[in-house]
Design a binder for this molecule. Structure first.
Ligand SMILES: *[C@@H]1O[C@H](CO)[C@@H](O)[C@H](O)[C@H]1NC(C)=O
Ligand SMILES: *[C@@H]1O[C@H](CO)[C@@H](O)[C@H](O)[C@H]1NC(C)=O
Ligand SMILES: *[C@@H]1O[C@H](CO)[C@@H](O)[C@H](O)[C@H]1NC(C)=O
Ligand SMILES: *[C@@H]1O[C@H](CO)[C@@H](O)[C@H](O)[C@H]1NC(C)=O
Length: 223
């Protein structure tokens, strides 16, 4: 028996390409990270009471030995990112408070809701620490209107690694803080495989099979 096959396949330049590109993700005050779901941590000294959200009305809080009625400003939540915000008022005699969150990426942008002077309890002010280093301070200018999604801090040019952002009140200043959301930029590697130049060549390959035989001995049937 003799058969002959002819084939050859030659693939030249199979090139995987890695294209890094920046992509923005968000961290909402209540829904958290748009990809990991991780929520920010609203931290405060015990003398301040819990943070308010867009859906809370007045509540009784015990602060510095006094029971006070805390009525958060009613803002238009529909203008806030994802319809939510978290706010608090901190008087100079109370302890520290703030918001911390983590992100992996090269840039971070923080958005607050700023309240106009007629509503104002305390102007907004905050320190912004990235990886425990103070990289920015925001002090509210006079506002004539409520400003939603106001950019209060950003930092670009960070290494594309895990970072911690810690927003805190300024030590001895009374403040109103209203955190809406943050954006961070992550670098994603797109891997694509491009197949250039596929050549299919048919040449002289031959296989010869001589003396092909099969012998079956001792086949038994069991009944
Ligand atoms: C990410 O968001 C910031 C702030 O809005 C913007 O300046 C930047 O261009 C955005 N980057 C990308 C890659 O979309
Ligand atoms: C802000 O408003 C206060 C009180 O109305 C005023 O005394 C101050 O000069 C204003 N500051 C600026 C920068 O306009
Ligand atoms: C944020 O800063 C405050 C005040 O400096 C500190 O007590 C707290 O531990 C910090 N949180 C994180 C997660 O670094
Ligand atoms: C807060 O403390 C800083 C530094 O100690 C001081 O310069 C500033 O005047 C103080 N501000 C207030 C409002 O007490």
């Amino acid at each position: 028996m003799r058969s002959t096959f002819f084939y050859a396949l030659l693939i030249s330049s199979l090139c995987p390409r890695v294209t890094p590109h920046p992509s923005n993700r968000t961290i909402d005050d209540q829904f958290g990270d748009s990809v990991t779901g991780l929520k920010p941590d609203f931290w405060s000294s015990p003398y301040i009471g819990p943070w308010d959200t867009q859906s809370l009305g007045c509540k009784q809080i015990v602060a510095g030995g006094f029971t006070v009625e805390d009525c958060p400003l009613a803002l238009d939540a529909t203008q806030a990112f994802m319809g939510t915000y978290s706010s608090t008022t901190r008087y100079a005699y109370q302890g520290p408070l703030g918001i911390s969150m983590q992100f992996t990426g090269t840039a971070i942008y923080v958005f607050f809701t700023l309240v106009d002077d007629t509503n104002l309890i305390n102007p907004t002010s905050a320190n912004f620490l990235v990886d425990d280093e103070l990289l920015g301070t925001f002090t509210q200018p006079n506002e004539t209107d409520v400003r939603y999604k106001a950019l209060v801090f950003y930092q670009t040019g960070l290494p594309n690694t895990l970072h911690k952002l810690n927003i805190s009140n300024i030590y001895n200043v009374s403040t109103y803080l209203n955190f809406d959301y943050a954006i961070y930029t992550v670098i994603i590697d797109d891997i694509s495989v491009a197949i250039d130049d596929v050549n299919l060549a048919i040449g002289d390959v031959s296989v010869t099979i001589d003396d092909f035989s099969v012998t079956i001995d001792d086949v038994g049937v069991i009944d």
